[in-house]
Design a protein around this ligand. Structure first.
Ligand code: MD3
Ligand code: FE
Length: 222
């Protein structure tokens, strides 16, 4: 008979993952912080995409992104052959972006607070959908016109290797594994770091299927 004593005693083992990892002066990883709200977030994403479907946009360089995107909140991030911008209207539907769900606002604020950023009230939310092989090259987030406020990001479903660079594109990168329910908060001196996502490895996740979802919250200056 199979010896399953260790399986039965699993509940006695502590969760060895710390609940907060300071990656640098202004960067904090909160492993599993979004797990309790994960299903509510999935429902919220589903509702948003019925009004504003995921699209693969083009970059000013001319290529199509491998990541499909949509947005919610007062401002959405848009990339065209003309450049990057934050807009109040979704150019694919000519409608305002869907409202930012309360669960998103609350979760982003709580994560920022836990990471030491008081009073984060994002007015832009970008939702990224990755299929296996999709990636995001090294870039900076600097279309917000405001680097005082942090960025908060939630990861769901398939895991990703996050590339965390320096203030120059050529600086060396560290690799950080992002898993279902993990939250990253990034601000202060680290706000303008180059960062990216390595190609997503094929797999199936109980929550999202063959997908990784990333939800980022930003404050755009008006
Ligand atoms: C570090 N998204 O949407 S989230 C992006 O997983 C983006 O989809 C990645 O980079 C993703 O722009 C990474 C983590 C993240 C987000 C914003 C940052 C890290 C950041 C801004 C500055 C520095
Ligand atoms: Fe980014």
């Amino acid at each position: 008979m199979k010896d399953n004593r260790s399986v039965q005693m699993d509940f006695l083992l502590p969760d060895i993952r710390p609940n907060s990892v300071q990656l640098d002066a202004g960067a904090v990883l909160l492993p599993g912080f979004a797990l309790h709200d994960a299903e509510a977030c999935m429902l919220a994403v589903h509702r948003i995409t019925q009004q504003a479907p995921f699209r693969k946009m083009y970059t000013p360089g001319g290529g199509q992104m491998s990541v499909a995107m949509t947005c919610c909140g007062p401002f959405g991030w848009v990339s065209t052959s003309q450049g990057y911008s934050y807009t109040r209207v979704n150019p694919f539907t000519d409608q305002p972006w869907p409202n930012m769900p309360t669960i998103f606002q609350t979760l982003a604020h709580k994560a920022a607070q836990k990471a030491g950023f008081a009073q984060f009230h994002p007015n832009a939310c970008l939702i990224n959908s990755y299929s296996p092989g999709a990636r995001m090259g090294l870039h900076q987030d600097r279309d917000e016109g405001c680097t005082e406020q942090p960025v908060v990001s939630l990861s769901f479903g398939l895991e990703a290797v996050f590339l965390w660079g320096g203030l120059k594109r050529s600086d060396p990168t560290r690799q950080i594994l992002l898993r279902d329910g993990d939250v990253l908060v990034w601000g202060g001196p680290d706000r303008l770091r180059f960062h990216g996502i390595k190609p997503i490895r094929a797999g199936t996740h109980a929550r999202t299927g063959e997908t990784r979802l990333n939800i980022t919250f930003r404050f755009v200056a008006t």
